[in-house]
Design a binder for this molecule. Structure first.
Ligand code: 26V
Length: 789
């Protein structure tokens, strides 16, 4: 990177874009000028990469979500120009961190699934794999969260406020997407994905919906202004917001429209490119493309490809279906029934009747095939694509896809043995496991520069950042007191930094010398933040009884957004805020423990929390968390896992050793045995401590702001609400084991050397959880693509 060159560019850009000399530019303006300058530097390599890929089979990652976070810091790391640019900014009188901080997160995703897609983009480019991402350019990403009167409120996320220097609008690649009632333009915005080292630059193409004509001039002339803009608004609604509320028909209609918009634009783009380079030899299509469906959200790509081949290219239906059957693969990210997509046939009929017709034809082929195999109607039923007035998206993906994968070993086994067993008996060869991973560049090199430096220093060079298994070499320092002290000094420094940030942002003072016990992830009952909360309340009561209780000083930190319409998830946030209030205000107890629920947890906040964690809380009901990826980030940063035997926790413990983590609670097989005669009330009656904390929900100890929501939560755990049985997620059954395990944490934390060794064992054995490993497995075992030189 030519420092002088960047500076000159920034000076020029400041004049053109802001009409001022760079020395008068505000921080957001400096961010814009620097980002644009860096863009100008990578354009040639970006172009070269695209050209080099043309001669090879490529994979396309279709995803409705990409939870990217900020771009600047990450791109500086991947360009290996961070220190140089920091110096340049210093000359300009600003600190690189301050400039990074003005950038809004690109939060074009909800949680794990979207962040995984972002990590995969980074790893594909770093591994020189010809992979292109397709997604949607939501004008408003995931809502912003704030707390008022003890509960969560939401506001729109305006991430484009300072412009978007990290994408390029490509008008010449515009396509048209046709719905029954309207035709709209899909405009691609290309985001560069800079591979580590800066040599390879992949593309994430995000589509934005725009009207065919800006506004109706005749209506405007007749002074019917609102009407003139109606079409424009209706079109722009398609990519206005991530996951619009899907509780009513209008909302659902929009969501389905969004999905079709994504896949129609992407498939047209892929087909157009194929024709340009290979003519219309459709039989070769699958030799050049593999298309990965990130969950069921983009599954309409299947009938859309068939539609293009049949209606626009004149192919036979059966041949088109064969092409689809060798092109698509599907990833399953959850077994939660409420998250499995089923769309009303009626909605499809309204929006795209031709697509529905094609789905019907596919379903007929499926039934014929199963009929030949001797299946009765009853046996066929779980596999059917169309039934009960709905289109079952996963069944469409599994029938047509040539592969399907789970995201951790345990999850894949559950798919094979129970959830998708009917498919497994039919097509065992389609089932694969691809345990998730995370990119070490963002989650260590960028988020924890101090630890990265220590590692580079000890391993001799930076190559570990591209081959994370090299971290294993660190185990040779397991008895090296000097190294262990350095490791703990870095942990302390990250805790000091986090404490400052929390003080400033949340107005809560926490002690960096206390144990930082962290649970960060989306809020869901299956993730059991309330189990953690009940434990904390129990600890509070015990400290009230006995202020001399022998525990190390501890800070419990939560971060989580609740889906706006998910009432009970919001109750759990309210509960934790109420407990935090009770404890933090208690002069005596708060000397020993504090509780913080950070607001607006997002990727950038995670980058501050993860390196500062002493303990990683991963306490989902066994069998429910498909994988988890936060668990991997925390492991990589040296936090032992406090968790259940679930998702990737199983593999984490397998790598770093049971003795270096804290595993507790019911396992999948225990829950299977328990489920038909589970009686949560028995635990309540037999365990006085548990009874005390549950009663605190309803006896006035905690203030729910008059909402009655703590009573509802209490009822859901003890009595069952509506048609749901009591305590569906086995919170009460795991309470005792949780408490015993937490005692072990407190005991272990007293021995500083032992704790440092546990931390080191986690760092050193986290190599397999690099998304570089994961993406290479997709490349080799599913897509059949190779790194390009
Ligand atoms: C979605 C919804 C939407 C409606 C309300 C209930 C609900 C519950 C769960 C979901 C999950 C959506 C899919 C997802 O994000 N799965 C996550 O994928 C990660 C990457 O594979 C994985 O690490 C997480 O365990 C899994 O939950």
């Amino acid at each position: 990177m030519e420092k002088q060159c960047i500076k000159e560019y920034m000076e020029m850009y400041s004049k053109i874009a802001y009409g001022k000399n760079l020395k008068y530019a505000t921080k957001p303006e400096i961010w814009g000028a620097l980002s644009t300058a860096l863009m100008s530097q990578i354009v040639d390599k970006w172009h070269d990469t695209r050209k080099a890929y043309k001669a090879h089979k490529a994979a396309y990652y279709l995803s409705a979500e990409y939870l990217m976070g900020r771009a600047l810091g990450n791109n500086l790391i991947n360009l290996q120009a961070y220190d140089e640019i920091a110096e340049l900014l210093k000359e300009l009188g600003v600190n690189v961190n301050e400039i990074e901080e003005v950038e809004e997160d690109a939060a074009l995703g909800n949680g794990g699934l979207g962040r995984l897609a972002a990590c995969f983009m980074d790893s594909s480019a770093t591994m020189h794999l010809p992979v292109q991402g397709y997604g949607l350019r939501y004008r408003n990403g995931l809502f912003k969260q704030y707390f008022k009167d003890g509960g969560q409120l939401e506001e729109a996320d305006e991430w484009l406020g300072y412009g978007d220097p990290w994408s390029i609008r490509k008008d010449d690649y515009t396509v048209e997407v046709k719905f029954q009632d309207m035709t709209v333009k899909a405009i691609p915005y290309d985001v560069p994905i800079i591979g580590y080292g800066g040599e390879i630059i992949n593309t994430l193409r995000l589509w934005q919906a725009e009207p065919l004509c800006e506004f109706n001039f005749n209506l405007f002339n007749n002074q019917e202004y609102d009407k003139a803009l109606e079409e424009k608004n209706r079109t722009e609604d398609i990519t206005r917001v991530l996951y619009p509320n899907d509780s009513n028909d209008q909302g659902k209609l929009l969501r389905l429209k969004q999905q079709y918009f994504l896949v129609s634009a992407s498939m047209q783009d892929i087909v157009r490119d194929f024709k340009k380079h290979h003519g219309n030899v459709w039989g070769d299509f699958a030799k050049w493309h593999a298309i990965q469906l990130n969950d069921t959200h983009p599954v309409l790509a299947i009938p859309e490809l068939i539609r293009i081949l049949v209606d626009e290219e004149g192919e036979e239906f059966d041949k088109a279906l064969d092409i689809a059957r060798t092109t698509f693969a599907y990833t399953n990210h959850t077994i939660l029934q409420e998250a499995l997509e089923k769309w009303d046939i009626r909605l499809m009929e309204i929006l795209f009747p031709r697509i529905l017709q094609i789905i019907k034809a596919i379903d007929e082929r499926l039934q014929t095939e199963l009929g030949h195999k001797g299946y009765t109607m009853e046996k066929m039923n779980p596999c059917l694509i169309l039934k009960d007035g709905k289109v079952h998206m996963a069944n469409l993906a599994i029938y047509v896809g040539f592969a399907l994968n789970g995201v951790a070993k345990l999850h894949t086994e559950i798919l094979k043995e129970t959830e998708l067993h009917h498919w497994y008996t039919l097509y065992p060869y389609k089932f694969q496991n691809k345990t998730n991973g995370i990119t070490p560049r963002r989650w260590l090199v960028l988020a924890n520069r101090e630890l990265a430096h220590l590692i580079t220093n000890r391993l001799g060079n930076e190559s570990w950042a591209m081959d994370l298994t090299k971290l294993k070499q660190l185990t040779k320092y397991i008895e090296d007191e000097g190294f262990l002290e350095e490791l703990m000094a870095i942990k302390h420094e990250k805790k000091v930094q986090l404490a400052h940030y929390i003080e400033e942002k949340e107005g809560i003072t926490i002690d960096p010398d206390s144990l930082f016990d962290i649970q960060v992830k989306r809020l869901h009952e299956y993730k059991r933040q309330h189990l953690n909360a009940l434990y904390i309340l129990d600890l509070y009561f015990r400290l009230k009884e006995n202020p001399e209780l022998d525990i190390p000083k501890v800070t419990f930190i939560f971060g989580a957004k609740a889906f706006p319409g998910y009432y009970r998830a919001k109750s759990i946030i309210r509960l934790i805020l109420a407990i935090a209030d009770l404890i933090n205000k208690d002069e005596g107890v708060s000397k020993k423990m504090k509780v913080v629920f950070v607001s607006n947890y997002n990727v950038s906040y995670a980058q501050k929390l993860v390196p500062a964690a002493d303990l990683s809380k991963q306490i989902s009901t066994a069998g429910k968390e498909a994988s988890g990826t936060g668990n991997m980030k925390l492991m990589l940063n040296g936090a032992p896992t406090f968790g259940t035997y679930d998702g990737a926790n199983v593999e984490i413990v397998g790598e770093s050793g049971e003795e270096n983590n804290f595993i507790f609670g019911l396992r999948v097989e225990d829950i299977e045995k328990l489920q038909n005669n589970y009686n949560p009330r028995a635990y309540y009656e037999q365990n006085p401590d548990l009874k005390r904390v549950l009663d605190a929900l309803v006896d006035g100890t905690l203030n729910d702001g008059g909402t009655g929501c703590f009573r509802e939560l209490y009822d859901s755990l003890l009595n069952g609400v509506n048609w749901d049985r009591a305590d569906q997620y086995y919170v009460l059954a795991d309470f005792k084991a949780f408490k015993e395990e937490q005692e072990k944490v407190f005991e272990a934390y007293k021995n500083k050397k032992k704790w440092a060794q546990m931390s080191l064992m986690n760092i050193a054995n986290s190599g397999v959880f690099s998304s570089d490993r994961t993406i290479m497995q997709y490349a080799n075992e599913i897509w059949g693509i190779n790194p390009v030189e």
